[in-house]
Design a protein around this ligand. Sequence first.
Ligand SMILES: *[C@@H]1O[C@H](CO)[C@@H](O)[C@H](O)[C@H]1NC(C)=O
Ligand SMILES: *[C@@H]1O[C@H](CO)[C@@H](O)[C@H](O)[C@H]1NC(C)=O
Length: 362
Amino acid sequence: MRRWISVAAAVVAALLGVAAHVSLYSPISPLPLRLPVSPLTFTPNNLLQRAEKLGEGRLQGPEDVYVDGDGTLYTASRDGWIKRMHAANRSWEDWRLVGGSSLLGLTLSVSGDDVLICDADKGLLKVGKEEVVVLASEVNGSKIRFADDVIEASDGSGVYFSDASTRFGLHEYFLDLLEARPNGRLLKFDPSTKETTVVLADLAFPNGVALSSDQDFLVVCETWRFRCLKHWLKGKKTGETEVFIDNLPGGPDNIKLAPDGSFWIAVLQFRSKGMDLLHRSPTAKKVVAAFPKVVKALQTRGIGGMVMNVGSDGKIRRVLDDSDGKVMSFVTSAMEFQGYLYVGSLHSNFVGKFDLRSDHPL
Ligand SMILES: *[C@@H]1O[C@H](CO)[C@@H](O)[C@H](O)[C@H]1NC(C)=O
Ligand SMILES: *[C@@H]1O[C@H](CO)[C@@H](O)[C@H](O)[C@H]1NC(C)=O
């Protein structure tokens, strides 16, 4: 009997210890997230395993890719450099130094001389020949905590960019996902007034942003709500927002307009039976988040690569993947140019180049 009492006392003490640790150290205040079973299931085709590796070893975690009209490929590396590859001779150049390790989405400015880039820590930057200018680091007095992706309207009327989370930065992104509160927003920088305004608030980790071919709407992807929204900029629905595509099999990351008016969306494999279950319990998520090693393990578990081509009507047309991440894991962006898809990944040391005509199964 005495023995049982001491065992019970030890168990109670351990539980109290965990509870105290969780209440002291859990950085999140989670909500439950109930997801319908995704009807979009795909048989892996592993076509991305065919990707040719560009700049292997020279690049560190090229999260986003951008190809200009001449075929020059731009990407930002974790070493703080914007690097580019010339189409004609395929030689790489350390092009412009920004610094830091948090460079994400980038695009060429309408003028063509500068790169607009999101630095997750510093905000929206303009990288010119001579200098780096911070265009926006706060909006209405609230700090931009996690600038993520950017696109500029071709008439120069505005630069749209996402602030994925006002609560957690780049290295804590998984906590935002566990918390499941809409902590992000879509912002617009106006080059003529230099002012930044909120276009859409309360977004669930707004990540990629793209403009339609007529620039009459934009699409912004909400990573952990597993959907992308369509926001009208022109026409009779101006200012209205609707769902573009939802219930995706993973978390949409960057989105890019394709030459034919469709979009390429990189989809992170953040959904699994286990994660869907964990999301139902705020208590379980709060406990998990109190242990950084567990969070890290969840975050870095084998994540394959997937990209989807989606029509301007929101219908999926084509899926390419590397289901076990053998060649391309954690694919974060894809941009099409002249029959090839250029694929970026936060976990790779190269940009993948995939021939879109090679669509036969392996
Ligand atoms: C490659 O081409 C670019 C642009 O045409 C040029 O500036 C660069 O010097 C070339 N690099 C090499 C190694 O030939
Ligand atoms: C700016 O912030 C203030 C105070 O938080 C708020 O009342 C106001 O609505 C905000 N304005 C805009 C345009 O978001």
